[in-house]
Write a protein that binds this ligand. Sequence first.
Ligand code: FEO
Ligand code: CA
Ligand code: CA
Ligand code: CA
Length: 737
Amino acid sequence: MNDRVEPAFLGHGEEDSNPSSNPTFDSVVQARLSRRSLLRGGVGTAATALLGGLSLAACGGGDDEPAPAAASTGTLLGFAAVAKSLDDRITVPAGYTASVLLALGDPLAAGVSAFRNDGTDSGYDRRVGDDHDGMEYFGLSTTGTPDPASSARALLGINHEYINQLFLHPNGPSPNPRPAGETDIEVDAHGVSIVEIARSGSTYAYVQNSTFNRRITAATEIQFSGPLRGHPLLITKFSPDATRTRGTVNNCGTGKTPWGTLLTGEENWTGYYFRAAGDQALRTAKANTALARYGRNVTATAAAASRYGWETAGAADKYARWNTSVTGATPADDYRHEINGQGYITEIDPYDPASVVRKRTALGRMAHENAAFGKPVAGKPLAVYLGDDARNEYIYKFVSTDNWVAADATAPNRMATGDKYLDRGKLFAAKFNADGTGQWIELSMANPTVAGFAGYAFADDGDVLMHARLAADAVGATRMDRPEWCAVAGSGEVYFTLTNNSNRRLGTVTGSQLNPDAANPRVYTDIRGASTVQSGNPNGHVIRLRENGGEPAATAFAWDIYLFGAEAGSPTNVINLSGLTSDNDLSSPDGLVYTPSTGLLWVQTDDGAYTDVTNCMMLAAVPGTVGDGGPVTIDYGASGTVTTRAGRKQTATTLKRFLVGPVDQEITGLAETPDGKALFLNVQHPGEETPFSVIGDPGKYTSHWPGNAGYGPGGANARPRSATVVVVKNDGGRVGT
Ligand code: FEO
Ligand code: CA
Ligand code: CA
Ligand code: CA
């Protein structure tokens, strides 16, 4: 979910994508070819395969056909870079094929009707949900038991972050009070899908009737686990003993545990809850501080509106729970604490459709992106890296109390293994120092700085975990440019995308603005379209760290900045510090996944800054090492200088664009088969900028993908659908070689 999506809390489609003033795809390609012709004497290398049809094999055309890609065991990044594109389709390199595996609404059980895609479908608790995001791969043996080595059969765990609301109903969403039927559809289109897939010919297909298929939605009963289970701040009318809640919402990034379960991060959940004007007068000052810090401030006259108005759909408890205001005599009489039940890393056992889902509260409550494990080492604790995606929020690490036992990787009771490693441990927040070092600072009542924080009187360790942002405020952790995904490379070094921050400023700052610092060093303006000025750090960066001694429980680390997002041709003294070219320039890195089979790091974009020139994309990157570059000083003239630690500059052998998606989407989530020969990725919310007012005029939808590629009904006039795509290399080699 991008910054530009956030105004959906106010209303949809207010920002126009302004295609009229954009260069066409052809003109972009032509300009690129012209530059290449000048530089390289007319030797075109830009030929790419354009996925215009389902499973259309990639084939470069005509005179620009590049040499065949490297053989399957060949060099990394052996493919020809894909050009930036505004086309409403997927583009992959010559020699690769991308196919749609499954999409919004596809049936996940026997007897469920085929998706009509006209807004009349329902029953999303037995269909693929909307707005696919993070994704993990869980191998299955031929007999249906866990098999991490299987590339032929598997389960995919897929997050459904939110909904492309316009296209879920025949004429778009009705205003408040919301009809119950529309609300049920929207609640059920959220959550997580577990879907069986199997190799089929040269590619993969999903299995509609698999008994492993499962939907977890915003209504599924879920248990609290860890320190907050039974905590007074989780008491609700539904659960007076504070042990359970309903639903997981805004599921963004994922994680895969060393014992073979799925972790799902609850991100922008705060906006799902209505809080009434005047509610602040019914709460303690402390409760109001906590609600404000998590985005639900109200006044005597101003309510906090909910994103979808689900609380207006009727008096039934399943709707009333979305009103997190004080309405009853005690917390057990209302849903004042309902909002406290979201914002966790939640664990699901994909191999057991009957297993109980658990919220792992020891990992803190925030706008969770994903959860990435450090390399497990027998006899040492496990480290889990976490990002809180909002402007100026923090990077975190959880360290388990128990040391890793290798046999637990295959222990049959996977959720009990989760209890062991994820319910007991310590949470830390990161502080990045200007000299390239950093500290992990413990967030618990054992830290006097937390226990004595003047800004919020923590009652106990549960209170600290539930309000981890306030605890990180207390210890002076470093406020970052929106931490998104993290990934642990084969070296054990940890990479974090910092997608962008419109609140970085030079000179005097006001409100929530911040000056640049060593770890978030760039402040610049970028022009979008004809004249839209974007300020702060609109293109984002990727920071990385190495734990001291390589220890998961280290409390100190070294860091540098692996990659600065930038438009090719932008000034190299402030913006394009990584030396990006038209073959690898990008803005707003978000998804970030390391694939062990190749050792590549895949960078995915969720961008609103460069989308006048290109749709969102995915690049393949070769990780380096912390310290492979050096100090860089940015001169801001009268505003002084900022010295950062930059990694080595990027080149054609370290970073290359691999895929560009259709219009108004983000590329997110990635999983590979163990043999590295298939990559699965998600296309989220194509056509999202379509104004609500044009629902009756399909010609004005900004995207028709994947219907226009032949997947499902609708063809060139189809409603757009979020989808999972599988990419294979035509010569049978590993993807990214
Ligand atoms: Fe759901 Fe921070 O992206
Ligand atoms: Ca994002
Ligand atoms: Ca620009
Ligand atoms: Ca994201």
